[in-house]
Design a binder for this molecule. Structure first.
Ligand code: ADP
Length: 634
């Protein structure tokens, strides 16, 4: 069977594989890239909403707590200020009242030791009775004439306090108020002073020193940070001891000079508090303390009459902590709600997408089915077309066979033509002999030589039998046989071929040497056609040796596995190089016109191939050509 010529058109079909098409774009499920992007955005929005909720909760909670803090701080500060004011106001009239005592007036008038002793005793009694630190009498020059602490080591007696503002105020008829560090004792106190009045103005001054220690002690017990400053901003009382005598802001040079002159704070450096300082107009403050920066909510109060300013600071850390907790809670709730919403929506979208994917899958499978049906129809058509082609090929093959058989037949006739001269010679000899023998027989019969007549007739019979054999061979050779293959004995085929070329051999005067392993098994062939091939090869070999000095043709048969190899070699001039490629072409011949048709080898090849064998040709090393036929054995 041969391959159909249009096989390439059929190869197109597998390329259009419907299953492969199913994976191509038009059958695939819709892409999810857009959806993924949408979800990403949704997550971003939820995160942003969570952050916003957290921020709002933080600000709201912090503001609320801070305001609460501020309200509480303002109340507590009010209480502190009122307590302080009560302490001062309670004692405010005391210097004036004490100054009314005549004992003190006497001392101012006489300044005798007796008057001083009486005044000292009186002042000591007053101090003890009213629970004040000290009370003392200054003369108009500011020198202390008598004092409640007259009998103590650090007594004020003899000291001059003319530089103190309270002395100056009292001498001017005003109530002297002053907070400062005692220049004699070094102890801080609040000084109240009033003039000892005389018709011509103040003769002296009574000063009272109040200790704020107990008050400060009470402040320290509180958790609040309380600051009390003087007019210049110097901290005179504080629940934080280290802040005392620090300034809430850097002191201006003029203020520092004023303080220096009144010796209000002795030699203290009066450094500013660490950090940005306190601004009494604001509601919060930031201080850089040892533990780090602390933010405070601040309540302030200014007492104009006492010349004080008070501030109560509440650490904002708890408010911030509460705000952070509220922010965390709000963020968590928002995140939870966001997750619920997103989860719900995502679930809805997933279900929607799954529905879409399912629909797409159903559509794709419908398209796939349609395509399979189309392709199946294509394939059926192609198969039908293929079958038609095969049928055509079969017909063509049959025509070829017929043509080949015809050609073989024609070749045989050609060989017969070539052989006719030899055959004529072959037949004319016996005919001549027959006439001679029959003439002789008549003569011998006349002479009643019956024995010789019998001998003649016997020879005549042999001659006719031989002629009959030659004729039978020629008849068989010229017949267009069918190609039924059968076991053919090689020695018989060679023998018949030799008979057919015998006349030519005699003409050429050549020798044909047959060496055969007679045990060779029969080959698979058609006897007549195989003989025809052998005759062709032998005749070619005889032609080749005709003009040679050594005229020898060798025919040999040997078995090689499942094959028999028949070789025909000669001592001729060998195959011409230009003829080698074209030997088996029909009508190729190197022989002169009329001598050869160029059909012998072409027919021989066709015949051998129809047996399923092969024929090959080559030149021998020494001289001559060698043709081999390989056939299958039974
Ligand atoms: P033809 O004998 O009619 O020429 P063939 O087909 O039998 O046709 O041979 C083709 C050619 O092959 C011959 O013309 C010859 O040139 C060459 N040929 C065949 N046999 C031999 C041989 N034994 N020695 C040399 N040449 C040969």
């Amino acid at each position: 069977m041969t391959t159909p010529r249009n096989a390439s058109s059929l190869r197109v079909l597998p390329a259009a594989d419907p299953l492969r098409d199913a994976s191509s774009g038009d059958l695939s499920i819709p892409a999810r890239a857009g959806t993924t992007l949408r979800w990403r955005w949704r997550h971003v929005v939820v995160l942003a909403a969570c952050a916003l909720c957290g921020a709002v909760a933080y600000v709201a909670t912090f503001t609320f707590y801070r305001e609460e803090q501020a309200r509480g701080a303002a109340k507590r500060l009010e209480f502190v200020v009122l307590s302080l004011q009560a302490l001062v106001h309670r004692n405010e009239a005391l210097p004036g009242i004490i100054g009314l005592k005549s004992t003190l007036g006497s001392l101012l008038d006489t300044n005798t030791l007796a008057a001083q002793a009486a005044a000292n005793a009186y002042l000591e009694t007053v101090a003890k009775a009213s629970g004040i630190s000290a009370v003392y009498l200054l003369d108009a020059g500011g020198t202390t004439l008598a004092s409640s602490n007259w009998n103590q080591v650090l007594t004020f007696v003899g000291e001059n306090y003319a530089y103190r503002p309270y002395f100056k105020d009292a001498m001017a008829g005003r109530t002297g108020r002053f907070y400062g560090i005692g220049s004699t004792t070094g102890e801080a106190g609040y000084f109240l002073a009033a003039g000892v009045v005389a018709p011509g103005g103040a003769r002296g001054v009574i000063a009272v020193k109040l200790s704020l220690e107990k008050f400060e002690e009470a402040m320290r017990q509180s958790t609040d940070v309380v600051i009390l400053t003087d007019r210049e901003g110097v901290v005179i009382l504080s629940s934080v001891p280290e802040w005392r005598y620090r300034t809430v802001a850097a002191l201006a040079p003029a203020a520092r000079e004023r303080i220096r002159q009144s010796r209000q704070y002795g030699d203290l450096p009066l450094l500013a508090l660490p950090g940005p300082g306190l601004d009494f107009t604001r509601s919060h403050a930031t201080l850089a303390l040892e533990g780090g920066i602390t933010h405070y909510t601040m309540a302030t109060h200014a007492s104009e009459d006492l010349g004080w300013r008070a501030a109560l600071l509440v650490d904002q850390a708890p408010s911030r902590r509460a705000a952070v907790l509220a922010a965390l809670a709000a963020t968590s709730v928002a995140a939870f709600l966001g997750a619920l919403t997103v989860g719900f929506q995502e679930g809805r979208y997933r279900r929607e997408e799954m529905r879409k994917a399912k629909r797409a899958l159903v559509e794709a499978s419908a398209r796939l089915e349609q395509r399979i049906i189309e392709r199946t129809a294509d394939i059926s058509q192609a198969n039908a077309s293929l079958e038609r082609k095969i049928e055509e090929l079969r017909r063509t093959e049959a025509i070829l066979h017929e043509t080949r058989d015809g050609a073989v037949h024609a070749g045989k006739l050609a060989v017969l033509g070539q052989m006719s001269a030899g055959m004529g010679h072959e037949l004319s000899q016996p005919l001549t002999a027959l006439r001679t023998l029959s003439d002789n027989a008549i003569t011998l019969l006349d002479g009643a030589r019956l024995e010789e007549v019998r001998e003649n007739l016997h020879l005549i019979s042999e001659l006719t039998a031989r002629m009959g054999r030659i004729m039978a061979l020629l008849k068989a050779f010229a017949r267009a046989d069918s190609t039924s293959l059968e076991p053919v004995a090689m020695d018989m085929a060679i023998h018949h071929a030799l008979m057919l070329v015998e006349s030519r051999r005699c003409e050429v005067r050549a020798d044909i040497l047959v060496s055969s392993t007679l045990a060779t098994r029969p080959v698979r062939a058609d006897a007549t056609r195989l003989e025809q091939v052998l005759v062709n090869l032998m005749r070619n070999a005889l032609d080749a040796v005709e003009s040679r000095a050594e005229r020898l043709v060798r025919v040999a048969v040997r078995q090689k596995g499942r094959h028999a190899v028949i070789s025909v070699s000669d001592t001729g001039g060998g195959i011409a190089p230009e003829a080698m490629q074209r030997l088996f072409e029909p009508f190729y011949t190197t022989k002169p016109a009329g001598a050869g048709l160029g059909l012998g080898l072409a027919l021989s090849q066709s015949i051998v191939e129809s047996f399923g064998g092969r024929i090959e040709a080559r030149n021998l090393d020494r001289q001559g050509a060698l043709f081999t036929i390989t056939l299958e054995v039974y």
